[in-house]
Design a protein around this ligand. Structure first.
Ligand SMILES: CCCCCCCC/C=C\CCCCCCCCCC(=O)SCCNC(=O)CCNC(=O)[C@H](O)C(C)(C)COP(=O)(O)OP(=O)(O)OC[C@H]1O[C@@H](n2cnc3c(N)ncnc32)[C@H](O)[C@@H]1OP(=O)(O)O
Ligand SMILES: Cc1cc2nc3c(=O)[nH]c(=O)nc-3n(C[C@H](O)[C@H](O)[C@H](O)COP(=O)(O)OP(=O)(O)OC[C@H]3O[C@@H](n4cnc5c(N)ncnc54)[C@H](O)[C@@H]3O)c2cc1C
Length: 668
């Protein structure tokens, strides 16, 4: 039977080569081929069916996710998949489970913080999954405040042991993924006590946290260990496939050599030594690595929501204002729909490109760290923290907007959007609360501004070198067309970021106690950080356009997306641009007018731009976002696939409805 493509007319409107755009989106022909292969492997394997997931209760859901993880492991072994292939396999299975933490944090923590000997011992076991590990840092009372961790690791020189202990209720390890039910091992962060003294006192810290490699359980917890799950989380399905756990220690003894010893060591005699050439911040290294991965992945999450909302918007018709009877307008042709949807489409592409750049930066930093060059660590920390925060917040807001863009049907679980929202929301909190991370960026920016004159700003902050020009030269835009020039756009974002940073730095200087100033101005500082991070995203998009991009019309389509992203931000934050005096109201309104023109240029390409994400229907798991656009019969069928429709008479009908109908409530 020939399949009808309900979106064919839309696809025919495309003004660019979709196959070439797929390569740009994927990053390279090899990446496209790899993702395509893994996505289809998952889509065609019955073990990875996921439509019934939201109907399962927690215990069934969890068992189901264990089953999928086991099948995934079997595929990795049977097909001899590489670590990279296995990563994409897990990604397309689309279900948070313990291997994310095992591969994403436990192994990187050992790689980054273990000594050579420790790595040799534990990494092969971990990579073969003979042990399963998690990353136990957060405690009930201390998440953002890593310095405040209370779990103690006291050295017992007599027995050459550390004694791990949870001295208070608030020191209970709380939230680590994979901890609650599955992990056999954990990297645990704790305060080190040797000879009755807290060690590692430093200018920045009152005390440090240290990481220990701990054996947790086989089938039941080891003596002295209490372990469990933190309980049901937001959303049906969603993050409930993960056993986020709690963990308490009652004077648990571990051998001395289970302290991860790359950054610092405790000798047999109880001597604490910090490696001179390794900065303390390396114990935060795993977080930098995961923040980078989140940015690399987040564009796919947003692209998924945008793909669903764009396809449905290009199918569903509503009434024109002149005729309330004849449905004629496609939703996507409403200007108001475009002004909500197209910036999100542009954001997905913008986040993809900044993610590629961040991956490059991180790879470079990693190589430098291996050679004990720590010079670019502050830049890597600020960029990973800031971009993790900016992109996850925008993505989660974007998914919610896509849900609304689909009207009532977006709210149905069968649209795929509610579960996507629920599974994504915690990304704004885990791996660093987004506000707390933005405050780290603000510290970096303010420090860079304060050091102008005696320290050269580098990398993403190099615009601060031109502070004088950026503070005094105002925008030169005279026409709408002036706004679609890469250097002009970047300069506008640089001027806004620089002016906001300087104003805040000046306000901070008025406080005698800098920390009090930082606290009182924290809301303004977050805005400074947002401006800095938006500049990075815009400038990386503009840099991408300067590259050679093959394929008919591909570069032109990307240019439109780039300016939509940038001008949407100019419009949204026009208060910043006006208050800093960089723009006049006329220039701001020219930007907005140009944005509307760009929406009309984007419109014919909309469906092709979401097709270029190359998402399978399995990955989208959305009735309204299906590739063939055959929405209505499938929406109708999906209603009857709900087990609630198995019977016309629900449980409780006879018991609670009949007494009302029969006027026999008195017998209840
Ligand atoms: C939208 C959906 C998208 C989803 C896509 C996801 C797909 C991902 C796929 C796979 C990934 C793997 C699976 C991951 C699942 C998620 C699991 C989540 C796990 C966790 O949550 S683990 C716990 C994370 N916890 C945190 O992040 C805590 C946050 N807090 C901190 O990081 C720090 O405490 C702090 C930085 C906020 C403050 O620390 P503090 O000690 O007070 O330090 P300061 O005094 O402020 O700074 C001191 C000095 O150090 C520098 N610095 C701080 N941090 C770092 C760092 N990480 N690296 C380098 N340097 C650092 C700081 O700049 C200061 O420097 P200075 O003195 O100014 O020069
Ligand atoms: C799904 C999920 C998975 C997780 N997985 C893991 C894991 O595998 N391992 C692990 O160790 N942890 C994990 N966590 C814990 C996570 O890292 C923490 O929740 C996170 O770091 C935030 O800490 P918190 O919950 O204590 O929030 P808090 O730090 O208490 O923050 C609460 C509020 O206070 C504000 N705030 C806090 N500090 C400041 C400040 N200095 N200035 C201004 N505002 C501030 C925040 O912005 C926020 O609005 C996970 C969490 C979730 C939700």
């Amino acid at each position: 039977m020939e399949l009808v493509d309900h979106l064919r007319d839309e696809r025919n409107k495309a003004q660019f080569d979709v196959e070439a755009m797929k390569v740009v989106w994927a990053g390279s022909p090899q990446e496209l081929q790899l993702c395509d292969r893994m996505a289809n492997l998952v889509a065609n394997h019955p073990a990875f069916e996921k439509l019934k997931r939201p109907m399962l209760v927690r215990k069934e859901l969890f068992k189901n996710s264990l089953r999928k993880a086991a099948y995934a492991r079997k595929l990795v072994i049977d097909l001899g998949l590489s670590e990279e292939e296995a990563k994409w396999l897990r990604f397309y299975i689309d279900e948070p489970t313990y291997p994310d933490l095992h591969w994403g944090m436990f192994i990187p923590a050992i790689e980054g913080q273990g000594s050579e000997e420790q790595k040799e011992k534990w990494l092969p076991l971990s990579r073969n999954m003979q042990i399963i590990g998690c990353y136990a840092q957060t405690e009930m009372g201390h998440g953002s405040n890593v310095q405040g961790l209370e779990t103690t690791a006291t050295f017992d020189a007599q027995q050459d042991h550390f004694i791990i202990h949870s001295p208070t209720l608030t020191s209970t390890k709380w939230w680590p993924g994979g901890l609650g039910k599955v992990s056999t091992h954990a990297v645990v962060y704790a305060r080190l006590i040797v000879n009755g003294e807290f060690h590692g006192v430093h200018g920045w810290y009152n005390y440090y946290s240290f990481s220990f490699f701990l054996y947790l359980e086989d089938h039941s917890p080891l003596p002295g260990i209490t372990v469990g799950d933190v309980g049901l989380k937001f959303g049906n399905g969603a993050y409930n496939t993960m056993d986020n756990g709690l963990l308490r220690f009652h004077h648990v003894r571990i051998p001395r050599n289970q302290m991860l010893m790359r950054v610092s060591q405790v000798s047999r005699e109880g001597k604490y030594m910090q490696c001179d050439d390794v900065p303390r911040q390396l114990i935060y290294g795993t977080m930098v690595s995961v923040r980078q991965t989140i940015v690399a992945m987040v564009s796919r999450t947003l692209s998924r929501a945008v793909c669903i909302a764009t396809r449905y918007s290009a199918l569903r018709r509503q009434h024109s204002s002149s005729s309330l009877v004849v449905p004629c307008f496609l939703m996507i042709d409403y200007q108001s729909q475009q002004s909500r949807l197209f910036p999100l489409l542009a954001s997905a592409y913008a986040f993809k490109f900044v993610g590629e750049w961040l991956k490059w930066l991180y790879t470079d930093v990693k190589q430098r760290l291996e050679a004990n060059d720590f010079s670019t660590l502050p830049e890597a920390h600020a960029s990973t923290a800031g971009l993790k925060s900016l992109t996850t917040s925008a993505t989660v807001d974007g998914i919610e907007e896509c849900m609304k863009l689909c009207g009532g049907d977006g709210y149905l679980v069968s649209s795929g959007l509610p579960e996507l929202f629920a599974v994504s929301v915690p990304a704004c909190t885990y791996e660093g609360d987004n506000t707390v991370l933005m405050l780290q960026v603000a510290r970096f920016v303010v420090k860079t501004v304060s050091e102008v004159g005696y320290k050269e700003p580098l990398g993403t902050s190099s615009y601060i070198r031109r502070l004088n020009t950026l503070l005094h030269n105002n925008c030169l835009v005279q026409t709408g067309e002036d706004w679609v020039k890469g250097d002009r756009i970047v300069e506008a974002f640089e001027a806004r970021a620089a002016r906001m940073a300087v104003t805040c730095t000046q306000h901070l200087a008025k406080f005698q106690d800098p920390e009090q100033g930082f606290s009182e101005l924290s809301a303004d500082l977050v805005e400074v950080a947002v401006a800095h991070c938006q500049l990075i995203v815009v400038s990386k998009f503009v840099e991408k356009l300067a590259q050679d991009i093959p394929g008919k019309g591909v570069k032109e389509a990307l240019e439109v997306l780039c300016y939509v992203y940038a001008l949407f931000l100019v419009h949204k934050h026009q208060g910043d641009f006006l208050v800093t005096g960089y723009l006049t109201p006329k220039q701001a309104s020219l930007a907005n007018r140009q944005l509307r023109i760009l929406y009309s240029r984007l419109r014919p390409n909309a469906i092709a731009l979401v097709d270029a994400f190359n998402h399978t229907d399995h990955y989208l798991s959305s009735v309204v976002g299906r590739y063939d656009g055959n929405v209505y019969p499938n929406l109708y069928q999906a209603a009857f696939n709900d087990p609630f429709n198995d019977s016309h008479v629900p449980d409780g009908y006879h018991q609670y409805i009949h007494p009302i109908l029969n006027q026999t409530l008195a017998k209840l």
